[in-house]
Design a protein around this ligand. Sequence first.
Ligand SMILES: [Zn+2]
Length: 392
Amino acid sequence: MEMNRIKITNGKIILRDSIIPNGTLLVEEGKIVAVTAGDAEIPDARVIDAEGQYIAPGFIDIHVHGGGDHDFMDGTEEAFLKVAEMHAAHGTTSMMPTTLTADRQGILHTLDMYEQAHAKNKFGAQFIGLHLEGPYFSMNQRGAQDPRYIRDPDPDEYLEILSHSQSIKRWSAAPERKGAIAFGKVLCERGILPSMAHTDAIYEEALEAFENGYTLLTHFYSAMSGVTRKNAFRYAGVIEAGYLHDALDVEIIADGVHLPAPLLKLIYKIKGPEHIALITDAMRGAGMPEGESILGSRANGLPVIIEDGVAKMPDRSSFAGSVATADRLVRVMVEKAELPLVDAIRMITHTPARIMKLDNKIGTLASGMDADIVIFDEAIRINKTIIKGKLA
Ligand SMILES: [Zn+2]
C-alpha cells in the first residue's frame, strides 16, 4: 500500500531551544515521524528541498479576527475560509477565530458558521477552537469594541452561548465586572480558558481572577490597567500582576506598532519566551492595501482607516486593530526587539500551543506531532506552508 510519505531536507530545522544546521524531516500520513541531522535515505518519499532555508513548526495564532478583506463576524462561511487561506500563506497553520463584542444573535450565528466552515476548511490554517472576545468588558477600556453591547457577565446569556457550541476554547473578559469571577469558574469547569481583557482592574482584582482560572492576559498592555492613583494612593494594575506572577501567560500584538521595541524587550526580559504568545489580533485589513476599511462585520462594523501598518479610528485617536500576519510578528521580534530567532519562533508555536493545551499535537517539530511546517528564508519570508502533511 502506498504511503503518503514526504521528506523535507537540506534545511535549518528550528527546535524549541536550538537549530539543527542541516537536517531532514520525515512525514507520513500527516504526522512527523522522524527529525534527524544530515540527510536520510528514504525510499518512495516525495522530496521537498528546503534549499538551506529554515524549517519551523507552523505558526499558531490564538487571537485573530480577519484578513484578506474578510472578518469572522461577517457571518459567512466564505469569510472563515478566506481568512484561513490568507493567513496560511503567511505561515499560520492553526488559528482561533475570534469574535468581537456583539449582540447574542450575532455571537450565536458566528458559532454556527464556525462549525460549518471548520468541516470545509481544506486549504487554510486549521481552526483549533473559538475565542470569544467580549462583551463583558470595562467600558473605560473598551478600545474599539462597540459600547452598545458592553455589559456584566449574565449567566442566562453565557450559559446559552456555552450550550450552543462545544468549540469555544477561550473567552476574554474584564475580571472586575460584577459576576466575572463566577463566570471564570464556569469556563474552567468546561475546559475553557478565561483570559483578562479590556480591563481596569487593580492588582488585587487581577490576583483574585488569576487564582480563579484567569491565567492569560489578552493583548498585554492594550486596553489594560497599569499603575493608577486614587487620592494620594498608588495602585498596581493588571500589567503589574502579569509581571509579578510567573505563571500568568501574556499574549502580545507584536506588529511593531502596538508595542514599541523597548516594551517588547521588557516583556521578554521579565516573562521569557515560555510565557509569551505572539498574536496578530488582525482585522480584515491584513493582507490588503492601506486605505479605508471596516472593523467588525461588513454589514454592521465601524469605519476605520489603515495607515502606518495599523488600523486606526477615523479621528486617528487610537488603534482599531492590527493588520499583521504571523510572519511579520516573527520579523518584528527578531529585527526590532533583537531577540534570537528560536525564541521568536517558540512564542508563536510551542507557547501558544501549551497555553491552549495542544502542545501534545502541535507547536514542535518532533516525532508524533502533526506535520504543520513552514519553510522561510533569512528575511522570514514564507516559502512553503504545510498543514497536516499537505502543501497549503
Ligand atoms: Zn481582538
